[in-house]
Design a protein around this ligand. Sequence first.
Ligand SMILES: Cc1ncc(COP(=O)(O)O)c(C=O)c1O
Length: 398
Amino acid sequence: MEERNKERGLGQKMDMSKRVSKLKKSAIHEMTRLSKQYDDVAFLSWAKPTTGTPEYINRGAVNAIKEGLAGGYSQNEGLSELTEEIANKLRRDNKINASPDQIIVTVGAIEGLASAVMSVLDPGDEVIMPTPTYSTHIAQVKLASGKPVLVPLIEEDGFALDIKGIENAITPETRAILYCSPNNPTGTVFAKEQLRQLAEIAWTYNLMIITDEAYEYFTYDGAKHFSIAAIPEMRKHIISCFTFTKTYAMTGWRIGYLHTSEELIPQIKKAHIPFTICAPVVSQYAAITALQGDQSCISEFRKHYLRARNLMCERLDRLNSVFEYVKPEGSYLMFPKILDEKGKDSLVFCKELLKKAKVSTTPGIAFGPTGESHIRLSFCVSEDMINKAFDRMEKYFL
Ligand SMILES: Cc1ncc(COP(=O)(O)O)c(C=O)c1O
């Protein structure tokens, strides 16, 4: 029977799709796996808040459960009370002239980005991505059968956008530009003026801009996050993705949202619904509480990250024969360059550092080829953890 099927060309399709098979295993997950093999590792590799979700938000979720509100689906776009609160927040903090019918509540920023990418791209479409960037974005474009076109950030300019480079990378196949600001992994807050130039490019060439603004509230030294959707003429060209994950330390709740023009919402919903139907309802109630409650937790987190960033920079200064760095003005991540030749293979470098010094970091290659010769360090950890990691690195390198 099997022979007969083969002859008829049947039964040849058991392998995984080429699209998925071609995706590389994430170097971030590889390092996490390796880190588990050692005891007492000093972690500078996690990009998730280590503080718990503020208590008032937990209580909001518990109340929703007790009242029997959390057990069913919500509308696909999210609870109307939540989309209204989100629209208020976008108007107040992002200066986006938003209304509830321009919002979809998503499973973290990630599902918003996946739905956006899926609904914008046809197979073979190119997406320009300033890199190094969050590797998940690159995977999302590939999963949608799109082609990531990586345009390096200008490191000598503090990892600024290369506006000319982006314009030069446009081809007839270009459909979108996807960026995250504040940037993971470099911590750059892209300047308002540069984002205005990017908007002009998108307008001129009729491209979509997809943004990831996960770290919007964590900026330092007077740097200000600018939401490109605040430019009114750009309404139909922008899909902006946000999240509660970082702002309110709600990683595991899986709750975020996207904003775009009301004309695009029905199209994006066609991708959102098969991915998830709706975002977790208990998390939607938690998100309503988060937005309605006392916002002081955000400035507390920001203060903590700023102290941690300053400490990390001080400690890096003592290792200036090993690393060179751009001081990050946003997020809780930084991306030092490895000065030694050995850094050319950042994965090998990070594995050695883990094995010999028991410090877990993330290899730059995880963020695209332009990330090579760098490591990503995360300062959303305690100051004790930073000191422990750097004491070990000093002993190892000096
Ligand atoms: C730039 C960026 N976007 C999105 C995410 C994930 O966000 P969410 O948990 O909202 O899906 C991360 C997580 O580290 C991130 O760094």
